[in-house]
Design a protein around this ligand. Structure first.
Ligand code: DX5
Ligand code: ZN
Length: 241
């Protein structure tokens, strides 16, 4: 299921947690530099939040920005498409060097077909669900995707509060996936204060913007490394206790 060129992947039980900083919280005037700093600080993935001003109110950037960033990072580029319609965008982000392309199940009536298209393009397939969407909605996607993204905030902005009710959804999705080799990603409001709860519930890819990059005021490799290590250490705390 997983794009083998990206190597085998661990499951949550392997004590492997992947930290994916969201560049939505970065200084947009220095995005290449910020991405290099995050990689140097030891991030596992770079989470690229694409917003179209229609599916969510804000607008961020398009495929050209992704292809420019691709030159600066050698880790997994995890593109989160908060766009609708989404199908017409997946090809351009695949061409732009995305490794994971995640679309929202709420973005249109034919998201199964859109996920098939991402697979055809040889990219890892992600399906995202908003806080108001039940886990049952992804039942037909379990054999098609490489990643399920559980939004722990309403999409469209960084710096929001973690929605605790989503912890139960993480556990539900973990159970639905059974022993499938599929990442469970959580996105929004993730900090060192809740990373153990989400990891113990079954999430193994933790997206964080504000908790790693601050509000754009903090910056630099040392700061980013400190913040990412705090989230990682807390997530794995049950193994180190
Ligand atoms: C929100 C984005 C998230 C967000 C995470 O729509 O999908 O990736 O940037 O930022 P924090 O960690 O600040 O909630
Ligand atoms: Zn995101």
């Amino acid at each position: 299921m997983v794009n083998e060129s990206l190597g085998t992947r661990a499951t949550a039980s392997d004590q492997q947690v992947y930290i994916a900083p969201s560049i939505l919280s970065a200084d947009f005037s220095r995005l290449g530099e910020e991405c290099r700093a995050l990689v140097d600080a030891g991030c596992d993935w770079i989470h690229v939040d694409v917003m179209d001003g229609h599916f969510v109110p804000d607008i961020t950037f398009g495929p050209k920005m992704c292809s420019s960033l691709r030159k600066h990072v050698d880790c997994i580029v995890d593109v989160h498409l908060m766009v609708s319609p989404a199908e017409r965008m997946v090809e351009s982000f695949a061409d732009a060097g995305a490794d994971v392309i995640t679309v929202h199940i709420e973005a249109g009536p034919h998201m199964f077909r859109t996920c098939q298209r991402i697979r055809e393009l040889g990219k890892m397939v992600g399906i995202a669900v908003n806080p108001g969407t039940s886990a049952a909605m992804i039942a037909e996607y379990l054999n098609l995707v490489d990643l399920v993204c559980i939004m722990t905030v309403n999409p469209g902005a960084g710096g929001q509060g973690f929605i605790r009710s989503q912890l139960n959804k993480i556990r539900q999705v973990k159970e639905m996936l059974a022993n499938r080799n599929v990442y469970i990603e959580v996105d929004g409001g993730i900090t060192a204060n809740n990373s153990a709860e989400v990891f113990d519930a079954g999430a193994n890819v933790l997206v964080a913007g504000t908790a790693i990059l601050g509000d754009g005021s903090t910056s630099g490799v040392a700061e980013y490394r400190k913040n990412m290590n705090a989230i990682r250490r807390a997530a794995l705390s049950r193994f180190t206790a």
